[in-house]
Design a protein around this ligand. Structure first.
Ligand code: NAD
Length: 332
C-alpha cells in the first residue's frame, strides 16, 4: 500500500464505482472511504457474479449503495452526474460463462460500457474514468513477458467484449476528450474475492476446498502466471486516476514475477498448514480457451505512474487464507 498522503487529492471528491460490491471494487471503496471520498457504489448483485453485501461489512455508514445494472441506461444518465471520478469495474468475469451465454457477456462487457460512456459524454464530460481491463485481451502470448504492444487476439468471448469495452474508453478519450485510462489486470487475488466456484479465479475454488478439508485440482500445473494482491491493484487504480498524463493510456498490471500454478498450489498448502491437491488433465472445455503461460511486462505502469507491487505472493496468500478462515460462511 502506498503512502496515503499522495492520495489526499481524493478527499471530499465524489467517486462512483461500478461493480462496487465486488472483490476489487469493494476493496477500492474501503480505501477511498478512508481517504475521505464521497463514495457511491453501483452493483447489480447478480448471484453468479462476484458481488457480495458482506464485502462492505463495517463500511455501510461511509458509502452509498445503489443496486442497479450497468445495462440500465436510464439509471446511468442520473448516476454519473456530479461525479469527479468513475472507477468502472462492473463486469461479467467468467471466461467459461462467456462461452455458454455470449450475449449476457456482450451486453455487460461491451454494450453497457458504451452506454456508460455516452451517459458521461452527455451528462458529465469532466469526469475522470479508470476502466478495469484484462490481460485476457492478449489471448495466448506470442512472447513473454507480454507488453502492451502485444497483438490482441482473445481466445474467448469475454476477451473480445472486454477488448471492445476498453477501446470504447480510449476512443471516448481521444475523440470527445473524456479523460479515460485502462488497466489490464492479470490474476488479482485477496480477501473478498469470489471463492464459491471458479467463476472469478481458480484460486478462489482452491481456497474454498482447502478450507473445507477437500482436495483441490491443479490442471497440468506447469503454466506460468503472475499474481497481483488486491491492495496493489487498488494502488494502480488510484495512481492512474490522479495522473493527468495517463489519460488515453492502457497499462498492464503485473505482480512479483512469474510462478507455475503447481508451485502456487504448493505454496497455498504450505501457507495454510493444511490441505491437499490432485494433479490432473485440463477438462477439454477449459483447455480450448486456456491461454497457456502468461506474465506481464509492467514496466510502463512502473515508470509512468510509479506503481509497484508491495505484497509478495506468500504474504498475500497468508492474508487471504486468514480472511476466509474467519468469514468462510459469508462466501460459500
Ligand atoms: N479479479 C481478477 O483477477 C481480474 C482480472 C482481470 C480483469 N478483472 C476485471 O476487474 C473488474 C472487477 O473484477 P472483480 O475481480 O472485482 O470481479 P467481481 O465479480 O467481484 O466484481 C464485478 C462486480 O460487477 C458486478 N456486476 C456484474 N455485472 C453487472 C451489471 N450488469 N450491472 C452492475 N454490476 C454488475 C458484479 O455484481 C460484481 O460485484 C471486472 O471488470 C473484471 O473483468 C479482474
Amino acid at each position: 500500500m502506498l503512502n496515503s498522503s499522495q492520495f489526499d487529492r481524493f478527499r471530499g471528491k465524489r467517486v462512483l464505482i461500478t461493480g462496487g460490491l465486488g472483490f476489487i471494487g469493494s476493496t477500492l471503496a474501503r480505501r477511498l472511504a478512508e481517504l475521505g471520498s464521497r463514495v457511491l457504489l453501483v452493483d447489480s448483485l447478480i448471484p453468479e457474479y462476484g458481488g457480495n453485501q458482506f464485502n462492505i461489512d463495517g463500511l455501510e455508514d461511509r458509502v452509498r449503495v445503489n443496486i442497479s445494472d450497468v445495462r440500465d441506461e436510464h439509471s446511468f444518465r442520473y448516476l454519473v452526474q456530479g461525479q469527479d471520478y468513475l472507477f468502472n469495474l462492473a463486469g461479467q468475469t467468467s471466461h467459461l460463462d462467456s462461452m455458454h451465454d455470449p450475449f449476457a457477456d456482450l451486453e455487460i462487457n461491451c454494450r453497457a460500457q458504451l452506454s456508460i460512456l455516452e451517459a458521461c459524454r452527455q451528462h458529465n464530460p469532466a469526469v475522470r474514468i479508470v476502466f478495469a481491463g484484462t490481460r485476457q485481451v492478449y489471448g495466448r502470448p506470442e512472447y513473454l513477458p507480454v507488453d502492451e504492444k502485444h497483438l490482441l487476439r482473445p481466445v474467448d468471448v469475454n476477451g473480445v467484449n472486454k477488448m471492445a469495452g476498453e477501446w470504447f474508453h480510449i476512443l471516448y478519450h481521444n475523440v470527445y476528450g473524456i479523460w479515460a485510462c485502462a488497466l489490464r489486470l492479470g490474476n488479482t487475488y485477496g480477501p473478498r474475492m469470489r471463492i464459491k466456484d471458479a467463476r472469478q479465479t481458480f484460486l478462489g475454488i482452491w481456497i474454498r476446498l482447502l478450507l473445507e478439508g477437500k482436495p483441490f485440482e491443479i490442471w497440468e500445473g506447469h503454466q506460468l502466471r503472475d499474481f497481483t494482491f488486491v491492495d496493489d491493484a487498488v494502488d494502480a487504480f488510484l495512481l492512474a486516476a490522479l495522473d493527468q498524463h495517463a489519460g488515453g493510456s492502457v497499462f498492464n498490471v503485473g505482480g512479483d514475477g512469474p510462478i507455475s500454478l503447481k508451485r502456487v498450489g504448493e505454496m497455498l498448502v504450505e501457507t495454510a498448514g493444511e490441505g491437499k491437491y490432485i494433479e490432473c488433465a485440463f477438462p477439454p472445455e477449459r483447455q480450448r480457451i486456456d491461454i497457456g503461460d502468461y506474465y506481464a511486462d509492467d514496466r510502463a505502469i512502473r515508470s509512468s505512474l510509479g506503481w509497484e507491487p508491495r505484497t509478495r505472493l506468500k504474504e498475500g496468500l497468508a492474508r487471504t487464507i486468514a480472511f476466509y478462515r474467519q468469514h468462510l460462511d459469508r462466501y460459500v
